[in-house]
Design a protein around this ligand. Structure first.
Ligand code: FES
Length: 156
């Protein structure tokens, strides 16, 4: 993946190159590049004058950050108790089968990735999943292909 250093610099500038804005900068970089590849962390480290191991420490500590590419529409399958008892493990299997990737992986076209979470805060909709910014609730395995189709580019 090509990283345009000018894009990283623009984000850093918007935050006045301030160390106290490091997390906000990294969040914006992640939004721009879908993850935090090493050249981005390196650039932030140099420009903000924070040692690379410290920047890396932040990027690995917070779950919001990913050092690996994340899909444009990350799927988060809730494995909390309410969702678990209503079939979340079977939903996870359906996502994995449909996307041909496992939990923690991203599709080659960088469209989807799969991860699990402990509660999405909408237990009344169990079993629940988010895809991108959308919440999908009361799901069955059979619903998964239809849901994913919504996010796939329309065939010409
Ligand atoms: S346990 Fe799944 S949304 Fe709360």
């Amino acid at each position: 993946m090509h990283i345009d250093p000018a894009k990283v610099d623009a984000i850093i500038q918007r935050h006045g190159r301030k160390r106290e804005h490091l997390i906000a900068m990294l969040l914006e970089c992640q939004e721009e590049f879908t993850h935090l590849p090493e050249p981005v962390l390196q650039r932030v480290s140099e420009q903000v004058e924070v040692p690379l191991p410290s920047v890396l420490g932040i990027a690995t500590f917070f779950r919001a950050f990913s050092l690996k590419p994340v899909g444009r529409y990350p799927a988060h399958i809730c494995m909390g108790t309410a969702c678990h008892v209503k079939g979340a493990p079977r939903l996870l299997e359906a996502f994995e089968r449909e996307l041909k990737i496992l939990r923690g992986q991203t599709t080659d076209d960088l469209l989807f990735s799969i991860n699990t979470v402990n509660c999405l805060g909408c237990c009344g909709l169990a079993p629940a999943v988010t895809v991108g910014k959308d919440v999908h609730g009361k799901l069955k395995q059979a619903d998964v292909p239809r849901i994913l189709k919504k996010y796939r580019p329309k065939e010409a």
